[in-house]
Each structure stands twice: as structure tokens, then as C-alpha cells.
Design a protein around this ligand. Structure first.
Ligand code: HEC
Ligand code: HEC
Ligand code: HEC
Ligand code: HEC
Ligand code: HEC
Ligand code: HEC
Ligand code: HEC
Length: 260
């Protein structure tokens, strides 16, 4: 998709040269991310984020608003908690005036993120997952590490989350004559963004996916109402989106009930 993202060899080289991890406990971290190991670059030392501002003001100017800026500690022993927590120690890069292969670029490898978000490697290893480990896309395609919240859905408008998915998945974009209002809650109402054991990265593999929002009602004698219609004879035929049912689950141009 993006040819320049395939040039991962150089960064793998950097990672292959790993020595002992510099372990650093981030005490403000609450959960399982208690131990943090920033990426290493053989022969390089930490110089602190101020150095980066000499040449990358487009990024450093806004970094204070970024989720990860909260991790940055102050003091001389805490230099590695800023830019270099993701990019590795920068002394060789700075000395070379930005020389090629002297700094880690996470666009080319997610390893730097896994140092702190260990659980994510597992999610991307699930049988149905976004091809991040295969190098076809990167964490940075969905998360902005430099500015504002790193979480796609925290934008003021819910539609922003959908946009971050729709830039690649244009078929689900519509516009449709008959929209499915369920999409207004974001694609992640139904899909795991990283990976899932279920086909199509669905959060739930059966009708409970839909029953999150569409309630079923046990009416008189063997009737099962969903959306005001008797579904008693349908619900054992497969999923709600099986062939012949609500196949056009993202929206339809021809059928109000999203059947095709
Ligand atoms: C003396 C100027 C200078 C300083 C200081 C500097 N950089 Fe750079 N950096 C550059 C240049 C020039 C490039 C190449 C830009 C390009 O090709 O688009 C670059 C590229 C990068 C890249 C992309 C590398 C790649 O392989 O794609 C990253 C990441 C980066 N810098 C991070 C940092 C960090 C973190 C710091 C602070 C530790 C820093 N830089 C300090 C000049 C600098
Ligand atoms: C949470 C991890 C993280 C932190 C912290 C971080 N970056 Fe990055 N950086 C990334 C990722 C991911 C990419 C690749 C995706 C992108 O370009 O947005 C990147 C890319 C870059 C690039 C290359 C941009 C380009 O257009 O090729 C530069 C330069 C850079 N970062 C500098 C910095 C500086 C300076 C800081 C500190 C103010 C910083 N980064 C802090 C994760 C981080
Ligand atoms: C040095 C450790 C470290 C590295 C490296 C790191 N993270 Fe984080 N990240 C954290 C911690 C700790 C938090 C929780 C921050 C908080 O809640 O204040 C976090 C939070 C996040 C969040 C949630 C943000 C929010 O607003 O709740 C996302 C998304 C995220 N990281 C993605 C990434 C990505 C993508 C990378 C690689 C480019 C990365 N992280 C690299 C430590 C790290
Ligand atoms: C296809 C888009 C996409 C990609 C690629 C992606 N993420 Fe996410 N990520 C999301 C979305 C959407 C959420 C919000 C999920 C939610 O709120 O349920 C999220 C949430 C997170 C969170 C915070 C919540 C949590 O589960 O801990 C972290 C941390 C995170 N991602 C890290 C990463 C890392 C690391 C990578 C790369 C290895 C990555 N993400 C790649 C879309 C993506
Ligand atoms: C940078 C591009 C990109 C972004 C952004 C992106 N995806 Fe994907 N998505 C892919 C690729 C590549 C695949 C692998 C299968 C393919 O080639 O379609 C995929 C696969 C999927 C699949 C499984 C498709 C199947 O047929 O099994 C689902 C579901 C999905 N993505 C949902 C999402 C959601 C939800 C978001 C937003 C949180 C999102 N994607 C963001 C590129 C992207
Ligand atoms: C109401 C639940 C729901 C929502 C919300 C939803 N999807 Fe889906 N999506 C599904 C189901 C169910 C399937 C499986 C369809 C199948 O297997 O025939 C699916 C399949 C997919 C696929 C695989 C290709 C296909 O069409 O079968 C992609 C890609 C996808 N969704 C992307 C998205 C994106 C992007 C969004 C947000 C704009 C989104 N989905 C929102 C339920 C949903
Ligand atoms: C996040 C909430 C949500 C989820 C999950 C959800 N929907 Fe919906 N759906 C809605 C809303 C809201 C409407 C519009 C109001 C209504 O008709 O109930 C709607 C409307 C519909 C309609 C059109 C009803 C009509 O005849 O006008 C169908 C069909 C439908 N959904 C099927 C599904 C299926 C199948 C699934 C599971 C794959 C699903 N929905 C999951 C929220 C959701």
C-alpha cells in the first residue's frame, strides 16, 4: 500500500543489534505496562527531547498535547521518556544531522510500541487481524503519536473514528440510501480494531453482536420479536448477516432492512 513502509530492513537491523534492555520503571503507569524498555540503538546515548526541537519543530511544537507526553518525566535521568521513548537514543542521529539509519522509525516496525504495549503483539497475532506484524500497515496508520489523543475515537465527533477506518475501507463508506444507524457508534461497535478470534475481526461471532442494540422480545406462543418482526424461525438459520438475511449490514441502496 505505501511502498516506503516496506523498507523495514534497516530498522530490523537496529533491533537485531539490541544489547541488554535498559529497564526503566514508570511509576505513574497503573496497569500491566509497569515495566518499560525503550528501544536501543548500538553506540547511541540519550540526548533529551530538547535536542530534537532544533530540527523537528513541526512535531515538538504540539507534542505537549499528545497522550504520550504525559509519560515524559523531568530531570537529567529521565531524558529517555520523551521523544526517545519511541525513537531510541538520538545522539548518533543528532551528530549526523539526521543521518539515515541512525534513529528508530516505528512506521517501519511496531516493535518499539510493543516494548510498552506487550498485550498488543498478542492481539495482532490472532487469526483475524490487521496485517501490522506482516509490515503491511503500522500502528501510526490509526494512532497519532505526536499530537492530541492517541485514541482515534476520542475526537469530538464519533464520525472521526469511522473516517480513520474508511480511508482504507471505502466499500463501507457509503453514502447509502438506507444507512445502518449502528455505524454511527463507530466501526468498533462491531469490530475489534486490532484483531480477533472471530472472522472479519468481529467482536462477537453470533447474533449477540446485533442484540447489543436490537432487543429481542419473547412475545406470545413461540414468537420472538426483533425490530418489531417475528424472528422465531430465522434465528437458528445462521447469523443475522448470513446469506438471505441482513447481508448489507453496513448499508444498502435497495433495501430498508439491509437484506442486500
Ligand atoms: C540536526 C538536525 C536534527 C536533529 C537535532 C534531529 N533530527 Fe531527526 N531528522 C533530521 C533529518 C534531516 C531527518 C531526515 C528527514 C527526511 O528525510 O525527511 C530526520 C529524520 C528523523 C526521523 C525519521 C527517520 C526515518 O528513518 O524515517 C525520526 C524518527 C527522527 N528524525 C527523530 C528525531 C528525534 C527523536 C530527535 C531527537 C532525539 C531528532 N530526530 C533530532 C534532522 C534532525
Ligand atoms: C508514542 C511513540 C512516539 C513518541 C513518544 C514520539 N514519536 Fe515520533 N514517531 C512515532 C511514530 C509511530 C512515527 C511514524 C508515524 C508517523 O509519522 O506519524 C513517528 C515518526 C516520527 C518522525 C518522522 C516523520 C516523518 O514524516 O517521516 C519524526 C521526525 C519524529 N517521529 C520525531 C519525534 C519527536 C521529535 C518526538 C518528541 C517530541 C517524537 N517523535 C515522539 C512515534 C512516536
Ligand atoms: C515508553 C513506553 C511506551 C511506548 C514506547 C509507547 N507507549 Fe503508548 N502508552 C504508554 C502508556 C504508559 C500509556 C498510558 C498513558 C496514560 O494513560 O496517560 C500509553 C497510552 C497509549 C494509547 C492510549 C492513549 C490514550 O489517550 O488513552 C495508545 C493508543 C498508545 N499508547 C499507542 C502507542 C503506539 C502506537 C506506540 C508506538 C508508536 C506506543 N503507544 C508506544 C506507554 C508507551
Ligand atoms: C486499524 C486501526 C488500528 C491499528 C493499525 C492499531 N490500532 Fe490501536 N486502537 C485502534 C482503535 C480504534 C482503538 C480504540 C479501541 C477501543 O476504544 O475499544 C485502539 C486502541 C489502542 C490502545 C488503547 C486501548 C487498549 O486496548 O489498550 C492502545 C494502547 C493501542 N491501540 C495500541 C496500538 C499499537 C501498539 C498498535 C500497533 C502494534 C495499534 N494500536 C494499531 C485502532 C488501531
Ligand atoms: C491503513 C489502512 C487500513 C486502515 C486505516 C484500516 N484497515 Fe482494516 N484492513 C486493512 C488491511 C490491509 C486488511 C487486510 C485484509 C485486506 O486486504 O482487506 C484489513 C482488514 C480488515 C477487516 C477484515 C476484512 C476481511 O475480509 O477479513 C476488517 C473487518 C477491518 N479491516 C476493519 C477495520 C476497522 C474497523 C478499521 C478502523 C478501526 C480499519 N479496518 C482500519 C487496512 C486498513
Ligand atoms: C453493526 C455492526 C457493524 C458495524 C458497526 C460495522 N461492521 Fe463491518 N462487518 C459487520 C459484519 C457482521 C461483517 C461480516 C459480514 C459477512 O461476513 O458477510 C462485517 C464485515 C466487514 C468487512 C469485511 C468485508 C465485508 O464487507 O464483508 C470490513 C472490511 C468491514 N466490515 C469494515 C467495517 C468498517 C470500516 C466499519 C465502519 C465504517 C464497519 N465495518 C462497521 C458488522 C459491522
Ligand atoms: C451500535 C448499535 C447497533 C448495532 C450493534 C447493530 N445495530 Fe442495527 N440499527 C441500529 C439503529 C440505531 C438502527 C435504527 C433504528 C432501528 O431501526 O432500530 C438500526 C437499524 C437496523 C436495521 C433496519 C431496521 C429497519 O427495518 O428499518 C437492520 C436490518 C439492522 N439494524 C440490522 C442489524 C444487524 C444485522 C446487526 C448485527 C450485525 C445490527 N443491526 C447491529 C443500531 C445497531
Amino acid at each position: 500500500m505505501h511502498p516506503h513502509r516496506r523498507k523495514s530492513i534497516r530498522n530490523w537491523f537496529i533491533f537485531a543489534g539490541l544489547s541488554v534492555w535498559g529497564l526503566l520503571a514508570v511509576s505513574c503507569v497503573t496497569t500491566e505496562r509497569a515495566v518499560v524498555a525503550p528501544p536501543q540503538i548500538p553506540g547511541a546515548k540519550y540526548v533529551g527531547s530538547k535536542e530534537c526541537a532544533q530540527c523537528h519543530t513541526d512535531i515538538t511544537d504540539h507534542f505537549a498535547t499528545a497522550s504520550h507526553a504525559r509519560l515524559a518525566a523531568t530531570g537529567s535521568n529521565a531524558q529517555e521518556t520523551g521523544c526517545e521513548s519511541c525513537h531510541g537514543p538520538g545522539s548518533l542521529h543528532v551528530k549526523a544531522g539526521g543521518g539515515a539509519g541512525t534513529i528508530v522509525n516505528p512506521l517501519k516496525s511496531p516493535e518499539t510500541c510493543f516494548q510498552c504495549h506487550l498485550d498488543k503483539r498478542g492481539q495482532f497475532s490472532l487469526p483475524n487481524s490487521h496485517p501490522v506484524l506482516a509490515g503491511q500497515m503500522s500502528c501510526g496508520d490509526c494512532h497519532d503519536p505526536h499530537r492530541g489523543s492517541a485514541l482515534p475515537e476520542s475526537a469530538t465527533k464519533l464520525t472521526r473514528l469511522n473516517e480513520s477506518c474508511l480511508k482504507c475501507h471505502t466499500h463501507q463508506a457509503g453514502p447509502f440510501v438506507f444507512e445502518h444507524e449502528g455505524l454511527r457508534d463507530g466501526c468498533i461497535a462491531c469490530h475489534e480494531p486490532h484483531g480477533s478470534v472471530n472472522a472479519k475481526m468481529l467482536r462477537v461471532r453470533n447474533q449477540n453482536l446485533c442484540l447489543q442494540c436490537h432487543f429481542q422480545e419473547q412475545a406470545a406462543a413461540g414468537k420472538l420479536l426483533i425490530g418489531g418482526r417475528d424472528h422465531a424461525s430465522f434465528v437458528n438459520r445462521g447469523t443475522c448477516w448470513s446469506a438471505g438475511c441482513h447481508e448489507a449490514v453496513h448499508g444498502s441502496n435497495v433495501n430498508r432492512s439491509l437484506r442486500f
